[in-house]
Design a binder for this molecule. Structure first.
Ligand code: XMP
Length: 593
């Protein structure tokens, strides 16, 4: 966000390290109010121009040394402040109240009893379903504050000092499980802070184009395109700002893409900038570099290095490193390091840093990132306003290494083994347990769970009980009994990629026709080298729901759709069985690798 914009932003969200911080800012913007995320320690002096401040929740405890804090002057400047969870704890502690560790935590749904229907709860019933996630609690109110609400286990679930416009809530109004959370935020924004509706991404298109023109000057812009939403919208808005002659787009065909992907992307981009979009055909290069490679980390390293080589080659060949060109990128707001609190930012950075030529452009500030003020949903809105097809805008996220991390390999022939709880598939997949990645075999259940069965809890119990595994799948359908299947040496071959591509296309079509794809965040389809004599592979379905990919829930599908899907998949050449992944993240990751 540039300084002129910042001075007009109405709400500052102070980031205390919580996973919900960006979600709060998004929810505020959804009300049409401009909001931005700032480091928690931002001096109160710099917050003067804002109409209100929200202090986010965070994982720390306020009574531990060295945990994030806010400038105490924040509370004496006449600024309206809303503290959420840890933010309320800071507000209590810094104003002379007390915060202590509770005997038991409160995680998940709870009922809020409103003791005092204050302006914050205006229009809401006295009893409200809310979402809690805490162990610490305010045990003594600061002077001047009074309690507004409580729950069975939390004596102070909401508090306020109305005279000073200071409000605190223990629960999370930003998550959808707090049913009237949006109204509560609206009460704070419009009734307490006096905000106006000033935020509408679509209406910022003209200003955005103007900013691009200013940033680029008389140079030209090169984009590396992935076919994903962010880079596509960034590229399109830059073309609209500068004209198609001054913007080049390159798409690298790795040979690892989904069925029809390269053709689809090419058709969209060519219609945007005929003649100035090109495809770098590199399928042969990627496939030969991956021949014989089975280890997941090695696959990633090889693909990453290939990308670097190819991008360097393109930069050099097209003379993009001379003074006339800058690099365009689709970085969006949560990817920026502005808040100082998003660990994610570092990951993105190291990723891009790997290409020396790109690094030089970044260091020389020869880079334009049109979307750094926007969240993903807002980027989609911009894309709609630009007339991009919904087929691009509503896509599920797709990983950079593409099908390579969904095509599992092994170098051994091992039979499937019986265990008390099910069958061990001797093919290892990646998981995340605690803070570290695991690489372990999979447990397969013979029966698909009946509707309503708490399969995910069962999956977690099974993983806790069987230390050697990190993932649980259920058999959906097969040509051969599980006990007669085995693994066999396999690598990323054109034949297996073609099989996976067919399976993925079937699943995508059926998920789309049934609208199942709208209920989920992502639907990886995985090929594993577990099969019988004539059919070397099986297909795993991995539909998940998530907000940001950091954690995810496995999602069940209704039986009719599942039967149609598995029927079509089993008719594919070389496919022995269809499995369904029942595991949340953690303990499993979304991708199998
Ligand atoms: P995991 O498997 O770690 O995946 O649970 C979390 C999310 O990240 C995506 N993913 C990637 N995205 N480049 C990307 O742009 C990558 O290298 C990459 N690896 C995983 C994955 O699809 C999921 O949405």
């Amino acid at each position: 966000m540039n300084p002129a914009e910042r001075s007009r932003t109405q709400i500052a969200v102070l980031d205390t390290g919580g996973q919900y911080c960006h979600l709060i800012a998004r929810r505020i913007r959804e009300q049409g109010v401009s909001a931005e995320v700032l480091p928690s320690a931002t001096p109160a002096e710099q917050l003067r121009a804002f109409k209100g401040v929200v202090i986010s929740g965070g994982p720390s405890s306020v009574y531990e040394p060295g945990t994030p804090t806010v400038d105490p002057a924040l509370f004496s400047r006449g600024l309206a402040v809303l503290g959420i969870c840890y933010g309320m704890h800071l507000m209590a502690q810094l104003n002379g109240g007390r915060v202590e560790r509770g005997e038991r935590g409160e995680f998940g749904p709870a009922w809020l009893e409103i003791d005092d229907p204050d302006v914050l709860f205006s229009g809401l019933e006295r009893r409200q379903p809310i979402w809690m996630s805490h162990r610490d609690a305010v045990t003594s109110l600061p002077p001047g504050f009074r309690r507004l609400g409580h729950t069975d286990t939390c004596p102070v679930a909401a508090m306020a000092d109305e005279a000073r416009r200071l409000y605190g809530v223990q629960f999370h109004p930003e998550v959808v499980h707090t049913r009237r959370g949006a109204e509560l935020l609206a009460n704070f924004l419009f009734r307490v802070c006096g905000c106006e509706r000033d935020w509408d991404p679509k209406r910022q298109l003209e200003a955005l184009k103007q900013r691009i023109r200013e940033a680029v000057g008389d140079r030209n812009v090169l984009f590396f395109l992935s076919g994903g939403v962010d880079s596509t919208v960034a590229y399109t808005v830059t073309i609209r700002a500068l004209g198609p002659e001054r913007v080049h787009g390159v798409y690298v065909d790795t040979g690892l893409m989904r069925e029809g992907e390269t053709e689809f992307v090419a058709a969209v981009f060519e219609s945007l900038a005929a003649g100035n979009f090109f495809i770098e055909h590199a399928a042969e290069e990627f496939l030969s570099a991956l021949a014989g490679v089975r280890d997941p980390e090695q696959k990633r390293v090889i693909i990453g290095e290939k990308f670097v080589d190819i991008q360097e080659r393109i930069l050099e060949r097209g003379h993009y490193l001379d003074g006339h060109w800058i690099l365009g990128q689709g970085t969006i707001y949560p990817d920026t390091i502005e808040s100082g609190g998003t660990a994610h930012a570092d990951v993105i950075k190291t990723h891009h840093n790997r290409v020396a030529g790109i690094q030089r452009l970044i260091e020389a500030n020869r880079i334009v990132e049109p979307l750094t003020s926007f969240y993903k949903d807002e980027v989609r809105e911009l894309g709609r306003a630009l007339g991009l097809p919904e087929t691009i805008l509503s896509r599920h996220p797709f990983p950079g290494p593409a099908l390579a991390i969904r095509c599992l390999c092994t170098d051994s022939s091992e039979p499937v083994r019986r265990l008390e709880d099910g069958w061990i598939l001797p093919v290892r997949s990646v998981g995340v347990q605690g803070d570290s990645r695991s690489y372990r075999p999979v447990l397969a259940l013979e029966e698909f769970p009946a509707p309503g069965e708490e399969l995910h809890d069962e999956a977690t119990v099974l993983i806790n009980r069987n230390a050697g595994i990190n993932r649980v799948v259920a058999l959906v359908a097969s040509h051969t009994a599980l006990g007669r299947m085995s693994t066999h040496p396999s690598e990323i071959s054109p034949e297996r990629l073609a099989r996976l591509r067919r399976a993925d296309a079937i699943v995508r079509r059926l998920a789309h026709e049934s609208s199942f794809d709208r209920r989920i965040w992502q639907f990886p389809v995985v090929l594993i080298p577990v099969g019988d004599a004539g059919r070397p592979d099986s297909v795993v379905l991995r539909p998940v729901d998530s907000v940001d990919g950091m954690t995810a829930n496995a999602v069940l599908m209704e039986r009719g759709l599942l039967d149609t899907m598995s029927g079509e998949l089993l008719s594919l050449d070389g496919v022995a069985a269809v499995f369904y992944d029942l595991t949340h993240k953690p303990p499993a990751t979304i991708e199998w690798e």
